[in-house]
Design a protein around this ligand. Structure first.
Ligand SMILES: Cc1cc2nc3c(=O)[nH]c(=O)nc-3n(C[C@H](O)[C@H](O)[C@H](O)COP(=O)(O)O)c2cc1C
Length: 184
């Protein structure tokens, strides 16, 4: 079981290691690709050690411009991909088939192979371009899952919110027993 984890430069960098931990708990192999802006948000929001710590959770680490990596091809046997967090720039590239780096190329591959693609898109407020791009990727089969808190679970910390969102994202991949807390 192999899953691509893409990390782009939206706020919510803590979602990336949380998703990686939940994937690892399921026994999934992680193919990690981080955009340049994703590296920056990891450093800005978590700390200078964050990119390296995240790479330590992955099975394979790919350079963002390495469009010749195995995950750039549909022949690579991966179950799907989660982009956590997903910036509006990466969303736009995916929505328009603009495979300009390995993250957007790998996302495109999941769509063309009709595999699961979960995008934790983060921006607020949203422009019409953002909304149209979300519609476009949904029409192509992706799941748009904005990282919004499950207020009904009464989370007592930001970390609890992050863990729940990450667990839900992994559950949406449909790989194993659900990990997210359920209502009731
Ligand atoms: C600290 C920080 C926070 C950012 N937050 C967001 C955000 O929440 N959503 C977003 O779409 N872009 C955000 N950006 C801007 C993106 O990083 C920028 O558009 C970048 O070009 C995205 O590139 P990528 O999609 O290749 O990662 C943020 C940038 C920084 C430095």
């Amino acid at each position: 079981m192999r899953v691509v984890l893409g990390v782009s430069g939206a706020s919510g960098a803590a979602l990336a290691p949380a998703v990686a931990r939940h994937l690892a708990a399921l026994g999934a192999e992680i193919d990690l690709v981080i955009s340049k802006a994703g590296e920056r948000t990891l450093v800005e929001e978590i700390g200078p050690e964050a990119p390296e710590a995240l790479r330590g959770l992955a099975t394979r680490v790919h350079g963002i411009m390495n469009v010749g990596a195995a995950i750039a091809s549909g022949s690579s046997p991966v179950a799907g991909m989660i982009v956590a967090p997903c910036s509006m720039r990466s969303l736009a590239a995916i929505a328009h088939g603009l495979d300009d780096n390995l993250l957007t190329r790998a996302a495109s591959v999941q769509l063309k192979e009709r595999r699961r693609l979960v995008l934790l898109v983060r921006e607020s407020p949203l422009t019409l371009a953002h909304l149209r791009n979300m519609t476009a990727v949904t029409e192509m089969g992706a799941i748009v899952a904005p990282p919004v808190p499950a207020f009904y679970l009464k989370p007592d910390s930001v970390q609890a919110i992050v863990e729940q969102i990450a667990a839900r994202a992994v559950d949406l991949m449909g790989l194993g027993r659900p990990q997210a807390k359920a209502w009731g």
